[in-house]
Design a binder for this molecule. Structure first.
Ligand code: NAP
Length: 339
């Protein structure tokens, strides 16, 4: 069988690295499109550097996307690139719209002109549901984003449907709920908690890594968080990238909700993470209003039954195992002086 070529845009991110490993295991030729400022050696794909191809490009620059597609003639493109921090998207509202929203649109246009038979995976998000009218959410649940990130994702999601209908492109959208791993960016809540628990366990009262406010994530032995009652559906990124690939093997482009269907609060996350190192989280976690979102996202929890029925996809990794993986990894990094 002919070897397939996939371009991953956003290869240096959490999902990009897991997807790269997955596609290499399926014998794909993998091309990573990344910004010139991204560094392979320090990224999550460093261990794969000699197995992949790198093309420099930016979602802000349509020609760099078109040229990458022209050079490699891909069968599949996975758009995982974004300004991906919902909480930061008020401060970076225009950048979020440009990269997360119009950036995806630039890919659709480039594909339309250069290689219209190439299949595209678009990373849509549960943040598009914002304050949902029903719980759990499925593919029919109305969208009501409450932050610039959710709005930008909804723009990209809507344009995908329009391009599928108008130009007969194949753009599959995965409405993914929160997914985490040891490779999660350090400003995301789960990673802050995992990192904080690891630092405190190792007796580090002021951490080398800084939070979004430019202060140590662990300061004077405490970690500052926002709304502890916020509820999320947290799954493992390694499980979710397989769903992305499955969507592109389907007969028709479609939209799928991907999540675990289990909801947990930030409190439960803290309890689990600190529990991994035998500590009582209540002694170390403080609430700081600066970390509370301007508008809080509602209770988002996935009804992924369509993905199960149509794609045969189900999550495999439990919440407790995933959190343990993250805390253990942070302890290892700190012991080796890498954080
Ligand atoms: P991530 O770790 O933050 O990775 C984002 C990637 O986007 C990085 O590789 C980054 O590259 C790249 N990027 C940013 N701006 C770019 C630009 N202008 N041009 C090209 N590349 C650019 O995100 P993730 O967690 O892997 O998530 C993957 C995708 O799924 C994102 O679109 C995210 O919004 C979406 N999503 C994530 C979740 C989740 O819970 N993880 C849930 C739903 C949807 P640099 O190295 O240059 O910064």
């Amino acid at each position: 069988m002919k070897q397939k070529t996939a371009i991953i845009i956003g290869i240096t991110g959490q999902d990009g690295s897991y997807l790269t490993e997955f596609l290499l295991s399926k014998n794909y030729k993998v091309v990573g499109m990344m910004r010139k400022t991204s560094a392979v050696p320090s990224s999550h794909i460093a261990h794969l550097a000699n197995k992949i191809h790198i093309a420099y490009g930016d979602l802000l620059d349509t020609f760099s996307i078109a040229e990458t597609i022209r050079s490699y003639g891909p069968d599949e493109i996975y758009n995982l690139a974004a300004q991906s921090y919902p909480g930061e998207s008020w401060r970076l509202a225009i950048e979020t719209a440009e990269i997360t929203g119009i950036g995806a649109h630039r890919i659709y246009e480039a594909v339309r002109y250069v290689k219209p038979d190439c299949r595209i995976y678009q990373a849509s998000s549960s943040e598009m549901f914002g304050t949902p009218t029903e719980v759990p959410q499925n593919e029919q649940t109305p969208f009501a984003p409450v932050n610039p990130y959710g709005a930008a994702k909804l723009y990209a999601h809507t344009m995908a449907q329009i391009y599928n209908t108008s130009y007969k492109l194949f753009i599959a959208c995965g409405i993914l709920f929160n997914h985490e791993s040891p490779r999660r960016g350090v400003h995301f809540l789960t990673q802050k908690v995992a990192y904080g628990a690891a630092c405190i366990k190792l007796g580090l009262l002021n951490s080398p890594n800084l939070n979004e406010q430019g202060e140590p994530i662990v300061k004077d032995g405490k970690i500052a968080l926002g709304n502890l009652d916020a509820k999320r559906d947290w799954g493992f990124a390694g499980d979710y990238v397989e769903a992305m690939w499955m969507m592109l093997q389907a007969e028709k482009p479609d939209t799928y909700v991907i999540g675990t269907g289990k909801v947990r609060t930030v409190r439960q996350l803290c309890e689990t993470a600190f529990g991994c190192v035998g500590l009582d989280w209540q002694k170390y976690v403080v609430v700081d209003p600066r970390f509370i979102r301007l508008t809080e996202t509602g209770t988002t929890v996935a009804d992924a039954s369509k993905a199960k029925t149509k794609l045969g996809w189900s999550p495999r990794t439990s919440f407790a195992d995933m959190v343990k993986m993250m805390v253990d990894y942070q302890i290892e990094l700190l012991k080796n002086g890498k954080r």
